[in-house]
Design a binder for this molecule. Structure first.
Ligand SMILES: [Zn+2]
Length: 126
């Protein structure tokens, strides 16, 4: 981690975002008690046997599931970034080990890569 880096502000930003993401996750699913960090989509609670309602529910569920998957990735990245602050490895690109640009961290404190490796971030293992 670059010595001049002030991780306090990033830690605060990450913790704030963590609260927002968890609140959003809770509107869409429940955290798997056997595997924390893994979220299970819940249905929105409609129960009629009407065909249109069932079709709507299926679509609704698919949309909820897609949104939940995105939030789950954000959540995992936030937890990972907080762990890196703790470990003293925050702000380092996971691919080339160079420092991540300050502008990139300011825009996304949970970023895992430098700007050069931006597109490869989605291919990194969780
Ligand atoms: Zn890099």
């Amino acid at each position: 981690m670059p010595l001049h880096m002030n991780t306090k502000q990033y830690q605060q930003a990450l913790e704030d975002e963590q609260h927002i993401v968890v609140a959003e996750l809770r509107t869409l699913g429940v955290e798997n008690p056997e595997n924390p960090g893994d979220w299970i989509t819940t249905s929105s609670g409609v129960n009629e046997a009407d065909e249109n309602v069932v079709a709507d529910r299926t679509e609704d569920w698919a949309a909820r599931r897609a949104t939940l998957a995105l939030l789950e990735t954000r959540y995992k990245n936030i937890i990972r970034a907080l762990n890196k602050i703790e470990a003293g490895t925050y702000g380092t690109c996971e691919i080339c080990n160079n420092a991540i640009e300050t502008a990139r961290l300011d825009a996304n404190p949970a970023a895992r890569t430098c700007k050069t490796h931006l597109e490869a971030e989605g291919e990194l293992e969780n």
